[in-house]
Design a protein around this ligand. Structure first.
Ligand code: AMP
Length: 398
């Protein structure tokens, strides 16, 4: 992979940087968590120090079109200026003659944030649409730096097609993500424990299939664990289940046994009779969920069981909450997992959290980035990477 450090001459160059500024916003449009903006700073600062002219592209949320102004990147530009202590110009378009005029009057070290690339449907369009838009972007830059790790698994104009039109390289965030994920995938210190939670087995098929041979232990929790419990023939009441994944779950259980990979499921669960923040929690054995109840979190025994495995491990990868952490009553299992990983980090284990909802949860609980070895900025991208897939946005940087 070409890297930003490989580029000899940056002075005066117009450098287009694809970032992932997809930050959570509250109902007033204020940034709730600026971790993704901070993750982009090493690349931006490096370009500034090398007197480049810096043009930043990103998406935010899933807007339908430019009328979805609540997804504007303007607040991101404001926050970025604060973090850099340097002026940042925001332009309310992402391409076109007006943008080109402004870009051509930039001075060395200037920074521009363009408007949300997803305001234009061509960003995620078919090959022709994406290439058309990528040609527009290409007019704005002499070089392209890819640094939005959260989108490198997507074939999108500002991620994939643009890299085929301009000399391209990976920024510091992508390099860091790839190094850390490669460490888990290809060179983990054993025992390796993989913890998978979240709502769906179907999102995790690739990761399970790829890591079931490398991992020493697989801990399955969250909404996806009920499909595994059902695959073992247990009553799961009204819990989340994917009927078309039961056979896959059975195959995993068999394969794990044959390969001596320890696959552990919850032994006790916090259940309730309806899905609500104020629903009454009850603990039951995982083998005996009452027919009218749904599983919402892992129980105390499971938390201890999982903790024991985590503390025995040298490498731990975690993706997906253990329960419905958005409701405080059912967040204790996810909190316990985060605490276990924090302790393991303190004892020298390499702990990685794979983006998405687990990262939202640890921030909600008040954990710091330094409590873990590495927190990925990309949920889907990190899972796709650990599936062993060549991601389009990385492949084009070769
Ligand atoms: P995912 O997007 O697949 O990572 O799943 C994250 C979501 O799974 C979160 O919104 C959690 O509330 C949800 N989740 C975790 N455990 C459960 C559960 N036992 N029942 C229903 N939803 C769950």
């Amino acid at each position: 992979m070409h890297t930003i450090q490989d580029i000899d001459h940056l002075t005066g160059q117009r450098v287009l940087v694809r970032c992932d500024f997809n930050v959570p916003l509250d109902s007033n449009g204020h940034i709730v968590d600026d971790a993704r903006i901070r993750a982009a700073l090493p690349t931006i600062t490096y370009l500034q120090q090398h007197d480049a002219r810096i043009i930043l592209l990103s998406h935010l949320g899933r807007p339908h079109n430019a009328a979805d102004t609540q997804f504007s990147l303007k607040p991101v530009a404001t926050r970025l200026a604060e973090l850099l202590n340097h002026p940042v110009t925001f332009i309310n378009e992402s391409h076109g003659p007006r943008v080109l005029n402004i870009v051509n009057t930039m001075h060395n070290g200037d920074i521009i944030v363009l408007e949300n690339v997803r305001f234009n449907s061509e960003e995620k369009g078919n090959d022709n649409e994406r290439q058309h838009l990528a040609h527009e972007y290409a007019q704005l830059g002499d070089l392209f730096i890819s640094d939005g790790f959260g989108v490198v698994h997507r074939k999108q104009a500002s991620v994939y097609d643009i890299a085929q039109l301009l000399p391209s390289a990976a920024g510091f965030l992508i390099q860091k993500e790839v190094t850390n994920l490669n460490h888990i995938l290809n060179n983990p210190q054993h025992p390796l424990t993989v913890i998978l939670g979240g709502s769906k087995v179907s999102d995790k098929i690739g990761v399970i299939t790829n890591l079931i041979t490398t991992a020493d232990t697989l801990l399955i929790c969250g909404g996806m664990s009920y499909t595994f419990l059902k695959a073992q023939g247990y009553e799961i009441g009204t819990s989340l289940v994917e009927p078309n994944m039961i056979t896959f779950a059975q195959q995993c259980l068999t394969q794990a046994k044959e390969q001596h990979t320890k696959l552990l499921l919850p032994t006790d669960l916090i259940v309730t009779d309806h899905f609500a923040a104020d629903a009454q929690p009850t603990t039951v054995p995982a083998t005996h969920i009452p027919a009218t109840m749904m599983g919402m979190d892992i129980g105390e025994h499971t938390r201890q069981l999982f903790n024991t495995e985590i503390q025995k491990s040298s490498t731990i990868f975690w993706n997906g909450p253990a329960g419905v952490f958005e409701f405080p009553t059912f967040a204790h299992g996810t909190h316990a997992l985060a605490t276990s990983l924090q302790q393991a980090t303190q004892h020298g284990a390499f702990t990685a959290i794979g983006g998405g909802d687990s990262v939202t949860a640890i921030h909600q609980f008040g954990f710091q980035e330094s409590d873990f070895s590495y927190i990925s900025t990309g949920g889907g991208a990190s899972l796709n990477f650990l599936e062993g897939k060549l991601l389009p946005g990385l492949r084009v940087l070769d």
